[in-house]
Design a protein. Sequence first.
Length: 73
Amino acid sequence: MTLELTLAYQPTHNQTKQIQDWFKENFDKKVSLAISVDKSLIAGAVIAYQGRIYDYSYAKRVEEVYESLQELS
């Protein structure tokens, strides 16, 4: 299985291994990582796995706050 991981920075080899190990421990599955870098995320990560996208980026949080403030105006 492939886990697509987009980060705001290039992770070290140790960080990549930790991610793979965590996934195996918590989901009992070995995954291969497809890592890409997108500095516009600012921080956090976007994960694409089994057809679903999970956006845990700081940029997404900023966007959500902005939209909430727009609704108040």
